[in-house]
Write a protein that binds this ligand. Structure first.
Ligand code: NDP
Length: 308
């Protein structure tokens, strides 16, 4: 039975991958930072020496929403680069047969409006999440070098905004959907209006976490992995549409106030999904409304024990 090491197993993506992969024909080791601190080279070496994985799904990272990156770019760059370099390096040392690393569309140039895999490094990243984005690019470069020099079957999986149960619902550091869910919850409870960062007009792609996890687990069955692959639900929504859908699901009837505080982030992000379709590993199919409904239900049932 092949052994799969899953990093980031306590996080949003890792939990859903584990849910699927633990039912498959693998022996899985699922770790979080409490088991091994992947910024520490010696701990990563010990992890690989002990477990000797055949396959690795690397979903661990220091992650934050738009607010979470402010003033912390150096920290995101340093920690994530260490984590990724140590992980890939050990995959080389231990002849890991397949490695899937979670990257992000944040690694693309800030002014790139139609994302295609080959355009990833063709211009500067957005300054707001510079540290995180550069660490993803560095990871991608290391993967490319290993593929060239050692014919490694290593791949960068590049998702857009992910959301779903087990997300980080922190009001300041969370991503747009989980923080909106938490804000609406509080606004309903406290009978106040809903304040939303930015003007609500930025367009985004969102992927429901179960869709992404399913695709990643199916990719693990492929004998040859691509070097990079964009995994997104290509339907775009502006933030106002997300807010209105959430207001409908939650039956929020208060006022919605958009601020002109420059918290709009990147204006447009649309991706080319032709490579994903060609790979034939499934395609994101959960609609925004049903993904948001499931996430809202989970949030209500899990509060106050959600990550926040
Ligand atoms: P989460 O923040 O939900 O989970 C992060 C995971 O990484 C946790 O299990 C955490 O462990 C672990 N981790 C963090 N630091 C360390 C460390 N030093 N050593 C070991 N483990 C560590 O992130 P997501 O699940 O949302 O993200 C998964 C991947 O997907 C990441 O690579 C991220 O960059 C990428 N991604 C995420 C997007 C999103 O919208 N969420 C969008 C695009 C890409 P612990 O719980 O113990 O802290």
């Amino acid at each position: 039975m092949n052994k799969v090491l899953l990093t980031g197993g306590s996080g949003l993506v890792g939990r859903h991958i584990f849910e699927i992969i633990s039912k498959a024909k693998y022996h899985v080791l699922n770790i979080s930072s409490k088991d091994y601190d992947l910024t520490e080279k010696t701990q990563v070496e010990e992890l690989f020496k002990k477990f000797k994985p055949d396959y690795v799904i690397h979903a661990a990272a220091k992650v934050g929403g738009l607010g979470g990156h402010i003033g912390k770019n150096s920290n995101f760059l340093y920690d994530n680069s260490l984590i990724n370099l140590h992980m890939i390096n050990q995959c080389i040392h231990h002849n890991v047969k397949k490695l899937l690393c979670l990257s992000s569309v944040a690694a693309f140039p800030y002014n790139c409006t139609n994302l295609k895999e080959e355009l990833m490094c063709q211009g500067p990243v957005h300054s707001s999440e510079f540290g995180y984005a550069i660490s993803k690019r560095l990871m991608d470069h290391y993967i490319q070098a290993c593929r060239k020099e050692y014919q490694s079957n290593f791949c960068s999986v590049i998702p857009c905004n992910i959301y779903g149960p087990y997300d980080n619902f922190n009001l300041e550091n969370g991503h747009v959907i989980p923080s909106l869910i938490h804000k609406i919850y509080l606004a309903i409870k406290q009978k106040t209006n809903l304040k939303v960062w930015g003007d609500g007009l930025s367009l985004r792609e969102f992927i429901y976490v179960r869709d992404l996890a399913g695709i990643i687990c199916t990719m693990l069955e492929k004998s040859i992995l691509p070097d990079r692959i964009i995994v997104v639900n290509p339907k775009t929504y502006n933030i106002k549409e997300v807010v209105n859908t959430l207001a409908k699901i939650t039956r929020f009837e208060g006022d919605i106030i958009y601020s002109n505080d420059n918290m709009n982030g990147l204006r447009v992000r649309e991706s080319d999904t032709s490579k994903l379709k060609e790979l034939n590993v499934g395609f994101p199919s959960t609609s925004l409304e049903s993904g948001l409904s499931e996430t809202w239900q989970w949030f209500l049932e899990s509060y106050p024990n959600v990550r926040k």
